[in-house]
Design a protein around this ligand. Sequence first.
Ligand SMILES: *Cc1c(COP(=O)(O)O)cnc(C)c1O
Length: 380
Amino acid sequence: MLTSDSLVAPARLPREIYLANASHGLPSAPVFKALQDYLVEEAEWGGAHAVERHEEQFAAGYAAAARLIGADTDEVAFLESGNRALQALILSLRLRPGDHVLVDRTCWGGTLDMLADLPGVVVDVMSTDAHGRADVAATRATVHPATRCILLTWCPATSGIVNPAEEVGVLAREIGAFYLIDACQLLGQRPVDVKRLGCHGLAASGRKWLRGPRGTSLLYASREFLSARPAFMADQLGRLRKDARSHEQGEASYAGRLALGVAIQGALTLGLDAIAAQLSEVSGQLREGLRALSCVNVVESGEDLSAIVAFSIEGLSPEYVLAELARQGIRIGTLSATYAPLDMAARGLDVVLRAAPQVYTSERDIAALLQAIARLAAMA
Ligand SMILES: *Cc1c(COP(=O)(O)O)cnc(C)c1O
């Protein structure tokens, strides 16, 4: 059970029943306060000196980020978005025409677009099992010899499946490819240990499950990766560094960076095992409740599911459902095929409804959503 109310509860009273946590998690009071206080510091002291005055807090944030994923402090950096962190890792590979990149079916649309912009680089897609997860055994037989990198979406945005990240790491080692992980939907949901995963790089949004501020992300680059593949187009400050922060731009929202550090420290204080247990409990309730409604299709399957619940309602468009729920003060999300085109096409979906609880989600919130959906479906 999670005991620290000040780290669990949102800083501000949500205006709606809030179940759009896969898009944005609501910040806790310490995160919100850190953000506000730092802006005041910048206004009163100027940006450069404000950084100096808070050196210890920034260092504590990076140390916490390293602890969160089992890395060393010189292997983590704070960037501006999940996309930006993925881009930094991919560009540092310096792929050449004829190089192959192996992705899983749930690969983020933005990542596929980035890879398509690299001249001559070929993208291969892993085989999948019956649940749509990467099937490592089936993939092993078909890996192209010019595969330079495997890029795995650990937990997709489009459903609750969780890809077998450790097993994929074994395959990457076998074929001598770099291994990068998109953990945008996983970091903050579950414990992460990059050494066990054997990955060279990992990227995650700050605003999603870590409940950090917008415009932040975490980048991990292993020491080995940093020396083999230094940051691509580092800025003048980045060029002076050899650590993961060579990927950072000197100019950024320092308030955001500081507050992301506070969000990570909060997650560590609550404990990732306790967070994972709580998320499993509330998302389990939500999923079971939806499955019990005759008109609802929960469009994901498998034993080990994340807190993202994807579903559709027979006879009602996702856009209509979203708008109707919003009218009733309930906020969920939709996700269209552009965000994960391969996965959505394989599942025959254009748009999917997505509800994601957080540690602050109550049984009453879930009951309210289930009731509202039952009413909508009855009218369809
Ligand atoms: C959100 C997300 C991204 C992109 O992250 P941003 O912080 O929005 O740039 C990438 N991959 C997955 C799986 C995501 O859910």
